[in-house]
Design a protein around this ligand. Structure first.
Ligand SMILES: NC(=O)c1ccc[n+]([C@@H]2O[C@H](COP(=O)([O-])OP(=O)(O)OC[C@H]3O[C@@H](n4cnc5c(N)ncnc54)[C@H](O)[C@@H]3O)[C@@H](O)[C@H]2O)c1
Length: 301
């Protein structure tokens, strides 16, 4: 449990900060955002909450230099430019925010791990790696981890089982070209394709409900934040505790030359390895289609 920086203190950054404090995953937070009054307000709210929790965590604001000895820096910069059902609409603004903020993190002497949330997540993760010059292992995007939570919720509710009893992943782009490799999904140890045998129409509906999960929340409240804060804190715990656990994060695919959602072993050094998977032919094609889309978005910057 060490120092953690959060760059971008909007809805997501603030809920990440709250979650990290509530789960005692840090003893020192550094919160950074051009909206100075907003950041100060978040600091005061967190400090109020801690009175009731009977512990205290140091909270600093706007101090890039303090990131020098941080364990992890979370990138949650965002843009107001969010079109309905298109995470790429934030591309230009978030590219600029990364080009402004990451050199300041690096100038501090930061040697930890970047966890990238900002959308389009796979593209922004690659950009953070390039601008920082960090090794691939020390830059991780949250990728399809949140989409995987949504898959587990949707399948769990459909089959009336706990979402924690659903195993498997959403993979590929954290975006519209994500896909569900049903061949590796199972529920209470029963293989989805061979043993549960839902119709292709039902599988399609479950996949669509998963993909639309974020947009349904966005339509109702204008943003999503609790789910990603929960996912981000799990990744941070895996890094801090050297858990060597598998999470579907955006990690670097050497063959494709980009970051993309894939089951990735996470530990103290960041990415330890990417899991070998034996996917079906159509699932491999879906992965390549996802990679193609990520590359085409990256080529626009
Ligand atoms: N990966 C995921 O699963 C996932 C889930 C939810 C949201 N997101 C993404 O997270 C990002 C943040 O979402 P939000 O709802 O908090 O947005 P928001 O608009 O509420 O907050 C974004 C914050 O970033 C700040 N910012 C902008 N430029 C900055 C810079 N150069 N340096 C520091 N801060 C800067 C803004 O001032 C603002 O406070 C978005 O890109 C959103 O799409 C990703």
């Amino acid at each position: 449990m060490g120092k953690i920086g959060i760059i971008g203190m909007g809805h997501v950054g603030s809920d990440v900060a709250y979650t990290l404090c509530r789960e005692k995953l840090t003893n020192h937070l550094v919160l950074i955002d051009p909206l100075k009054e907003k950041v100060l307000a978040e600091k005061l709210e967190l400090e109020d909450s801690m009175v009731g929790w009977d512990y205290s965590i140091k909270i600093e604001t706007q101090n890039y230099a303090s990131l020098q000895d941080a364990e992890i820096v979370v990138i949650s910069v965002g843009s107001q430019n969010v079109d309905n059902e298109n995470r790429n609409s934030e591309l230009i603004d978030n590219v600029q925010a990364v080009r402004e903020s990451i050199p300041q993190v690096i100038a501090s002497g930061f040697k930890g791990i970047f966890v990238v949330i900002s959308n389009p997540c796979d593209v922004i993760t690659k950009l953070v790696q390039e601008v920082s010059g960090f090794p691939y292992e020390r830059v991780i995007g949250t990728g399809t981890l949140l989409d995987t939570y949504r898959l587990k919720r949707v399948v769990g509710q459909y089959l009336e089982v706990s979402p924690q009893d659903v195993s498997g992943y959403v993979l590929g782009e954290h975006g519209e070209n994500q896909f569900v490799p049903w061949s590796i999904v199972s529920v209470r140890e029963k293989a989805m394709l061979q043993e549960i045998q839902l119709s292709s129409d039902v599988l399609y509906e479950l996949k669509e409900e998963t993909r639309l999960g974020g947009w349904r929340i966005h339509a109702g409240k204008g943003w999503t934040s609790y789910g990603i804060a929960s996912a981000c804190s799990r990744l941070i715990q895996a890094i801090q505790k050297n858990e060597n656990r598998v999470y579907p994060t955006s990690s670097y695919d050497e063959v494709e030359g980009l970051y993309i959602g894939w089951p990735t072993v996470i530990g103290h050094e960041g990415v330890i390895s990417r899991l070998p998977l034996n996917l079906l032919k159509e699932e491999k094609e879906a992965y390549q289609a996802s990679a193609k889309e990520i590359r085409s978005v990256y080529d626009r910057i």
